[in-house]
Design a protein. Structure first.
Ligand SMILES: Nc1ncnc2c1ncn2[C@@H]1O[C@H](COP(=O)(O)OP(=O)(O)OP(=O)(O)O)[C@@H](O)[C@H]1O
Ligand SMILES: Nc1ncnc2c1ncn2[C@@H]1O[C@H](COP(=O)(O)OP(=O)(O)OP(=O)(O)O)[C@@H](O)[C@H]1O
Ligand SMILES: [Mg+2]
Lengths: 224, 351
């Protein structure tokens, strides 16, 4: 795995799907360097194109989300040609782990996620990759930060907002199958409170929703 | 390994019927080596255009009896040696599913054999597990009607990502047809869109939409844009090349994300589109980069077939999953994550 071109010390933090993350020090600030690397299974031009547009978009939407009052890591440095984005380090724990460790807090955490996504959607930012691994609870103020705007984009279409919620639901189903209902119910309650274009978004969401389907399989004892 | 548990069970032999789309497949499987005793099928290929569900269902009805006899003959057994009849009740095309269900109900009632309901997608996965020996793979299931990334967690196969609109195979088949490359869709074992892409000299990469939303992909915009590019005079080979590169990269990107998130160490590629050697190569590169092992299910067990229904039927039957003929109702949109798969559970086996 190639290392990014970066003059300061790098300490590996995580090996993501899309990028490698390193801890570093930038201007005396503890920071995270996100390095998007080319994919061997893609045409080199395609992978470079994706790296460049995603790096630029991530930086600019982080700033917009911050202006909308959402806690996100502050961008500090960008080199889109080399797929490098440096943001402030948030010390804390991923909600994915917090949820599993503190089942009693699931309602509060789901509600906070709902409020954050409502703020984003009210400024027409679609996150594009809502999962419980992309929320982090800061160690100090216990604030919830939203990470990873690599697939984010701007749109006012209700179907894009509904899809964002569906993406989260899908992630919840696959990472916390047993908590799906308690998380999604509370999330929706807090998400919809004060949401612009609520009716249209929820109508789309219901169409896309996977919840409450009829389970067709029947099990029956063979008998002896 | 999980196969060992199955070998400890009493011996059972199951006949499986597949009729979810264009194929009438009949397979016979047993929980003893060589596991698959028969795999017979007939495939309906429309002379023009896509699948017409009515015509396909008539084809299935007409051919079911001969395919059943051929399967019994291949296995060298008779109906008396069969313990249960398994049938794919979904997902798939209503008229086609109905024929298979009718045939299965009749066999079950007449020969007094229990009926075992099988989910088509799960059957694709389980035969892949059997052939690869994988314990717990991330599954890339790409066919004419399905495009999903699936992994086992907590008693069920969870759909980690999927297409929001058309399937990968459908994208390729419709493009081939509209661009005048097909039918036939397959030539010398390769899809005509892949062959067209390989003919591209310049390998020009057109700006076609690359749409990944979280863990899901969307292909309908890519299809429209590719057809538009053709109309506006782009070279056919370049459009093919761009379509192939972009569509495969999209599904592999979400598969890679699935691997990273589920931390699985095995990748199973299945469904009709897995026969593409371009996709095979790319998937292998993706798995290698993640340190995962890779298995591509061979064509005759990757496309729709009866053996996979029979094998999934063996697993279900050993776990007492049976129904009365009157209960065997088809479900065109039966999702794999609606089905309990107790045979995957290490501890919860019932005997
Ligand atoms: N600013 C930050 N402060 C602390 N940890 C961070 C920060 N940014 C990222 N991380 C950690 O790195 C992980 C991956 O980051 P991110 O989601 O941005 O990368 P990614 O390549 O998109 O990964 P994935 O595809 O898994 O979502 C996060 O889940 C988190 O653990
Ligand atoms: N050799 C090949 N190379 C590439 N693609 C192929 C090849 N053979 C078949 N295909 C594609 O596979 C698809 C058919 O898949 P399959 O046989 O699994 O049937 P299906 O009805 O689409 O499956 P399902 O019911 O599981 O969705 C078609 O899109 C076809 O173009
Ligand atoms: Mg992430």
């Amino acid at each position: 795995m190639e290392k990014p071109k970066w003059p300061f010390e790098l300490e590996p933090l995580s090996w993501g799907a899309e990028s490698n993350l390193y801890l570093t020090d930038y201007l005396g600030i503890k920071a995270v360097l996100k390095h998007r690397f080319p994919k061997k299974y893609m045409d080199p031009r395609l992978t470079r194109r994706l790296i460049k547009t995603r790096t630029i978009r991530e930086a600019s939407l982080l700033i917009e989300a911050r202006m909308a009052g959402v806690h996100v890591p502050l961008p500090l440095y960008i080199d889109s040609e080399n797929g490098i984005l440096v943001v402030k380090y948030i010390e804390g724990r991923l909600l994915r782990d917090v949820i599993d460790e503190e089942p009693d807090n699931v309602g509060v955490l789901a509600c906070t996620m709902g409020e954050i996504v409502k703020r984003l959607h009210n400024t027409d930012i679609i996150h594009g990759d809502l999962t419980t691994s992309n929320f982090i609870r800061s160690k100090y103020q216990g604030r919830i930060y939203l990470l990873d705007f690599g697939l984010a984009f701007k749109s006012r279409r209700p179907e894009d907002k509904a899809t964002d919620i569906r993406v989260l639901e899908r992630a919840v189903v696959s990472t916390h199958p047993m908590l799906r209902e308690s998380i999604m119910e509370k999330f929706i309650e807090c998400y919809t409170d004060g949401l612009r274009d609520l009716d249209n978004i929820m109508a789309r969401y219901r169409k896309l929703s996977l919840m409450g389907r009829y389970v067709a399989e029947r099990r029956k004892s063979l008998g002896a | 390994m999980w196969l060992h548990r199955i070998l400890r069970d009493k011996e059972v032999t199951v006949l499986g019927i597949e009729s979810t789309a264009h194929t009438i497949g009949v397979g016979i499987a047993r929980n003893r080596p060589p596991y698959i005793l028969a795999n017979q099928y007939k495939r309906y290929t429309p002379v023009m255009g896509g699948i017409h569900p009515r015509e396909a269902s008539r084809f299935i009805a007409e051919n079911a009896p001969s395919v059943i006899s051929a399967a019994l003959k291949e296995a060298g057994i008779t109906m008396n040696d069969i313990n249960a009849i398994a049938v794919a009740l979904g997902p798939g095309l209503g008229p086609c599913l109905r024929v298979g269900a009718t045939v299965a109900r009749a066999l079950s009632a007449y020969y007094e054999k229990p009926l075992v309901p099988v989910n088509h997608a799960i059957a694709h996965i389980e035969i892949g597990n059997l052939l690869s020996g994988f314990e717990d793979p991330l599954v890339i299931y790409v066919s004419g009607g399905n495009t999903s990334i699936i992994a086992y967690k907590d008693g069920r196969y969870r759909v980690f990502g999927e297409t929001l609109d058309i399937a990968l195979g459908n994208l390729r088949d419709v493009f081939a047809r509209e661009a005048g490359l097909a039918p036939p869709y397959i030539s010398q074992g390769e899809h005509v869109v892949d062959l067209c892409a390989l003919r591209s000299r310049e390998k020009k990469l057109l700006e076609l939409p690359y749409i990944v939303k979280g863990q899901d992909v969307s292909y309908s915009g890519l299809l429209t844009a590719a057809l538009n590019a053709l109309k506006q005079g782009a070279k056919l080979e370049d459009v093919c090349y761009s379509l192939v590169e972009i569509s495969f990269s999209m599904i592999l990107e979400v598969a890679e994300r699935g691997l990273a998130h589920t931390r699985k160490k095995q990748v199973l590629l299945t469904g009709g589109v897995s026969a593409s050697s371009i996709l095979d190569k790319k998937t292998k590169l993706m798995a290698e980069a993640r340190g995962a092992s890779f298995y591509n299910v061979p064509r005759k067990f990757a496309g729709d077939n009866g053996a996979m229904i029979a094998w999934a039927g063996v697993l279900a039957y050993l776990n007492n999953i049976v129904m009365e003929p009157s209960e065997a109702v088809i479900n065109q949109r039966w999702r794999p994550d609606e089905v309990d798969v107790p045979w995957r559970n290490q501890n919860g086996r019932s005997n």
